[in-house]
Structure formats: C-alpha cells, structure tokens
Design a protein around this ligand. Structure first.
Ligand code: WT7
Length: 665
C-alpha cells in the first residue's frame, strides 16, 4: 500500500486512523443531521450561491464561471456554470497525479482472483495520455463521439478518461448488448471509433465480444477505426486498416498530452437507456454540472474521505458504473475497485474476499446481488471487512429483510458500521446523473427500504398523476417529480430534444418528472414505488417492455406480443411474454427457443423473457388496445380481481389465457 506524509516524513498507511467523523458533523456541537437540514434549505433557497461555492470547492476550473445557473425547467433550457472551463480528466487524474502520484487510483480485480493489478494516479495519467494520442491518431477530434464496448478492465476506465481528455464524447454500450443494439447506438450517435476487446471474461466464461462488434459494424458506415484490447490470447477476425491492437499502438506515444479546455456545458458523455417506447434514448450529460453532482454525492452521500477505497459493483455500461466506479471516486482522489467478475465466482465469498484484500471502506451494489448472496447462506460471508464503513444499494427497491441482512450480516462482524446510518438505499436515474434521494452516510437517519431524504438542491414533490396537483403533507402517495433543476440533470436526449421535453419536462409543467411512483411518510421519508410507465427492472437493468415486444414481433412467426413484468425472488422483476402466432400455428419447443433467441439477438441475453405463453388471442379493448393490466393480474393469480372485463372486444379470451397460464409455458 502507499504511504501518507504528515509533514514529518512518510508514515505507514496502517498507522493512520481512519476518519469516521462524517463531513457534515461540525465541531460546534451541531449534529450532522441538523447540518444536512440547514444546508439542504440553503441549497433550495439560494441555489446559485450554494452550487457556486460547492463547484469551486470540489473541482479545479481553468477558468472560473460567470454564472451558476441559467434557464428553467419549464423551457427545458438549463445550463450551469456558464463561462467556466475545466477538463474532466484533469479533475479525475492530473491534479491527484501531481499531488499524490503514488496513491492507488485503480484496483483491478480480474475475473480470476489471482490476476489483477493496481494503478497509481501517476500510472493512470501516463496510460490515459498514451491512449489519448492513439485516439487522436485514429482521427478523433473534440466533439466527436466514441463507442466503448468493453469488459470491466482498467483499460475501459482509461478509455473514458482519454476521451474526455481530448474533448471527445464517450458512449459506453454495456457489453451484454447484442450486435443489433450496438449497431443502433453507434449509428444514432455517429461514432467514428469503437473501443473493445477480443474477448471478455466473467464468472469463468469467455465471450467473443469483438465478434459482436464485427457483426454490428457491417451496418455502421461512419466507423473508421476499432481499437482492440487483448484480454485473452484468442485470435480474432481482423480487418486490416480498420482494426488495431491496443497494446501495440499505445506503446508508440509519449506519456503526457495536455488536456483540452472544455466549456462547462460541453457534452461529457452519452448513455443510452430504455424509454417507454421501443427506441432507446441517448441521454446526454454535460461536463461541469455532471462532475459537480458526482463529486458532491460521493463526498456527502457516501462520506468519502481521503485514503478511502471505494468498491461499486456496477458495470460501466450503466450509469452506476459511470458515476460511482469512475467519476465520483476519482474526482475525490481515492482508490476505486474495478471488478471484472461475478459475485458467485469462484464462490459466493468473492465480494467479501475483495473487500478484505483491498481494505475496502465503501461497498455499493444492486439489491439483486444481495438477494442472491443472502440466499446462498451466511456461511459465505467470510473475512473481517475491518475497514468497511459505508454500505449502499442502488437501482431497485430493496426489501426490508434484505436491507437488514446487508446491514446486520455484511455490515457487522469486525466492521466499523456502528449504526444503521451507514447503510443506505440510494435513488436516482441515468437522467439524474447522480443521487437525488438518499440518506447521507453518518448524517441522516434511515429506515429499511426507504430512499429517505432529498440530496442538496433537490426539491421533491408528490403529484396527483391525474391532475398534476401537488399533494402536500405526510402519508401521501403519487408520482415523484422535482421542482428545481440540479447541476447533474441530463441536458437533452441526443438528437431528440423534443422527446426529452415530452418525457421529463412537459408531463407536469415546471417540474422534472421521474416516471416513478413514490410516497412520503409521517417522518418525511421518501419511499420509491414502481415505474409508472412500461419500463421494468430486471436485476437492476432497465428494460422497456415495448422494446422486447418489438423484438418478438420481428420474428416472422409472431402476430402480436404483449410483455409484462412479474415479481421474482432474485432478479426483482422478470418479463413474461404473451404471444399470438401467425396463421394460428401451434407452438413447438423449437419455436419457443427461437423466440427467446430472437430477443437475445435483438437486445441482449439479459432481456430474454423468463416465460413465453402462446395464446389464441390477447385481451384487447374494442379499439384494439392490448390490456396488459389483465395479463398482470392473471400472472399474479389475481384472476378474481380483473375488474370489468366487459369492455374487452372478446371477454371469453380471459378464460383461455387463465387456462394457458395454469397449464404452464
Ligand atoms: C430507475 C432508473 C439509479 C442508477 C441505476 C439505475 C429505479 C433506482 C431505486 C431505488 C427503487 C429505484 C427507478 C428509476 N430505481 N433507484 N433506490 N429504489 N427503485 O438507473 O437504469 O436509469 O434506472 O431505477 O425506477 O427510475 P436507471
């Protein structure tokens, strides 16, 4: 491990007593919770002053901004820190490489427990600079978009940082997406260059991901170059002139290149996410605002201190990986764990082994992994976890018994998790950029399963879905919206600003609409309900049912498709498809396999429906609208609560669907 200096020469790291006093706990006897309340109020009453000073405190600007915030939610023209200039990579890497070059930046925990490596901030700067040169050499210029389709290896993080260093906009596509999905995202953003690896490794298995890129690129006319990181020894198909081996080309370039000066509102990255229609949206985040949100939530929600070692189990293919594997920990200059593998490989103790091996202080993971690990048995929760201070969960509702297990079984032992304040459920979205409702570790009280309180600058409102009226007071339920803009909110949907307005800002004038239901209890805690639209959450992956339906209908045998969610013990939700086939043909096991494959091919393996029921008709209104609500009720075994089915064009279809479900898929 690295050493720390205290003015009288280096002291070994283990002589260092870790700060357990939260940032918000003052010396003035005022509790951290009181401080949170005071600061939250300031952030709402005087956002310009609040965010202005936080932005200057957390980031290094090469030119100070002239104005903190411009625009309104109503018009959808918000911009932050205008006139300010900064570089994201400089803030994540250079400033720490100058001050503390030997501090560990990336801890790579490879799929094989015995492999892996550690990069200091000094190493990271060198590797990022060399890759920046390579990208430039491949023709990437400021403002260009670059696609990243990579496993969780340090090079993936280096790729993001190299892009933003030269002012290019990264668009990471989760390496579990199919070639069709990859193609659509590359084309939508007009990416010139794709970064990938020959193969990926996860849970002891290898996946031929360069092969998926090759298939996608057959229909991507704009792509001129592919950089291939050699993760395994396997040979791959090669297109001379287009494809380059990463390890061969980086060696040609020197160790330093100056970062590009970027305006605060210049795009930082695109991240595609599912909407309620079939077409994914390229959510755009801008430089200054996003970085302020990442650093501020890292500091106050997770209470990150100098010397910490942060482990977020998310993949960089999703927003969690962007904000809490890469940007937040690096902006704050701490070590971040890059975990390539799966929590069950080689055994269910893998997370706890990693935590012990790297003195991890913060662990942040999706409830789906916790449900799986809880089910595997407490005997696998091994080790001391001696440095662990903060536990977080993200992305989907967490059941109180899972939260308790997390806090009591994972958090106890020898760990310093002295109170439940340090185990937190965080609520946010790809579009919010960073946490919006979450307890602040060590400062705010928690309740099992609650998202708790709004982060600074967030002014939540519970609205009546039908009237749009705000519902005040305690013990109320409705849809969740925000009344004020915050720095890290998405600025637009790439090439579709109107869709951005329609989805988030027009449903309730003057508010940002989250798409989620929520309630506020008597103590002011917020609880997140489910999505109000056709988005489902499978293992923390956001999938639109419309997208799965579109994939199924592409198959020549399928006439109609309706996809709905059911609850699942491990994955949270799972999708179930109801189909009618053309010419009323009978379903065979082959057709069923083909249909599953169709979804895997079109979207990706993670989106495959859990079950498929082939029926002779779907419940529809007289105007032809499929009543998915009826299907949900039948799957939940609530066929006695279907309500009025007389509006169906053929009410007898219900009986036949019930019989089909009871007979099994
Ligand atoms: C949707 C956003 C948040 C980063 C990972 C997912 C659901 C998120 C919670 C939570 C219940 C949650 C919402 C939200 N969600 N956090 N703490 N409790 N549900 O980001 O893929 O953009 O999905 O995830 O439905 O809208 P995402």
């Amino acid at each position: 491990m690295s050493t720390l200096t205290n003015g009288s020469g280096p002291v070994p790291a283990d002589a260092f007593v870790h700060p357990s006093k939260p940032h918000l706990e003052g010396d003035d006897g005022i509790s951290a919770f009181e401080n949170y309340k005071r600061l939250h109020e300031q952030s709402i009453k005087n956002p310009q002053e609040f965010w202005g000073s936080l932005a200057r405190d957390l980031l290094t600007w090469s030119r100070d901004f002239d104005i903190v915030r411009r625009g309104s939610l109503e018009r959808g023209d918000l911009s932050w820190f205008l006139g300010g200039e900064l570089n994201a990579c400089y803030n994540c890497v250079d400033r720490h490489a100058f001050a503390t070059p030997d501090k560990v930046a990336l801890i790579y925990e490879a799929d094989e427990p015995e492999h892996g490596r550690v990069l200091t901030y000094d190493d990271l700067l060198r590797e990022v600079c060399q890759l920046s040169y390579v990208l430039k050499d491949m023709g990437v210029k400021k403002g260009d978009t670059v696609a990243i389709y990579m496993p969780m290896v340090p090079e993936a993080i280096i790729a993001l940082l190299a892009c933003v260093r030269i002012g290019a906009v990264h668009s990471v596509i989760f390496a579990g997406f199919s070639s069709d999905s990859l193609r659509d995202r590359i084309n939508d953003a007009k990416c010139k260059v794709v970064l990938t690896s020959n193969e990926s490794k996860r849970g002891g298995k290898t996946h031929a991901i360069k092969h998926i890129v090759d298939k996608a690129l057959v229909e991507c006319p704009v792509v001129t170059g592919v950089l291939v990181f050699k993760r395994t020894e396997s040979e791959v198909q090669w297109i001379a002139g287009r494809d380059h081996w990463w390890q061969d080309v980086v060696k040609k370039w020197p160790a330093y290149i100056a970062p590009e000066r970027m305006n605060a509102e210049d795009p930082l990255f695109l991240l595609y996410t599912s909407g309620s229609t079939g077409k994914p949206k390229g959510v755009l985040h801008s430089t200054g605002g996003y970085l302020v949100g990442a650093a501020a939530t890292g500091k106050y929600v997770f209470d990150i201190h100098d010397g910490d070692s942060f482990f977020c189990g998310g993949d960089i293919g999703w927003i969690t990986g962007h904000t809490y594997v890469v940007y937040a920990p690096l902006l704050l200059g701490v070590s971040t764990v890059i975990f390539e593998g799966s929590p069950m490989y080689p055994n269910p103790s893998r997370y706890w082994d990693i935590i012990d091996k790297h003195d991890v202080t913060h662990f942040y993971v999706a409830p789906t992994a916790l449900r799986l690990l809880k089910k595997s048995g407490d005997q696998h929760v091994t080790g001391e976890r001696a440095h662990l201070r903060v536990l977080g969960s993200v992305g989907e509702p967490i059941a109180p018994e899972v939260w308790k297990w997390y806090f009591e079984v994972v958090g106890k032992g020898q760990a310093q998790i002295v109170d439940a304040h340090r185990a937190a459920q965080t609520y946010w979205q790809t579009e919010t950029g960073s946490h919006v409702i979450a307890p602040l570790a060590g400062a705010t009280p928690t309740k099992p399963g609650a998202a708790s309180f709004p982060f600074f600058g967030i002014e939540p409102a519970i609205l009546d879905a039908a009237t749009g009226e705000e519902i005040d007071g305690a013990n109320v339920e409705g849809v969740l919206a925000f009344k004020q803009a915050w720095p890290s909110m998405a600025r637009t949907v790439w090439g579709a600003h109107d869709r951005y307005m329609d989805t988030y800002l027009r449903p309730f004038k003057g508010y940002y609409y989250t798409g989620d239901g929520a309630s506020r209890d008597k103590d002011g805690f917020y609880w997140i309900g489910g999505r109000m639209d056709d988005i489902i959450n499978v293992s923390g992956h956001r999938i639109s049912t419309a997208e799965i339906e579109a994939a199924l209908i592409e198959d020549f045998t399928v006439a109609e498709a309706a996809v709905v969610a059911v609850q699942d013990e491990i994955t949270g939700q799972a999708s179930v498809a109801f189909l009618t086939l053309k010419d009323h043909r009978a379903v065979t096991p082959e057709i069923r396999d083909e249909l599953i494959l169709q979804v895997r091919r079109t979207i990706g393996p993670f989106a495959a429906p859990r079950r498929i029921y082939v029926v002779d008709d779907l419940p529809k209104t007289r105007s032809g609208k499929i009543m998915r609500r009826v299907l949900r009720k039948i799957l939940a075994g609530e066929q006695d609560q279907l309500g009025d089915t007389s509006t169906l064009s053929d009410p007898t279809v219900v009986e036949r669907i019930i019989a089909a479900v009871q007979a099994g898929p």
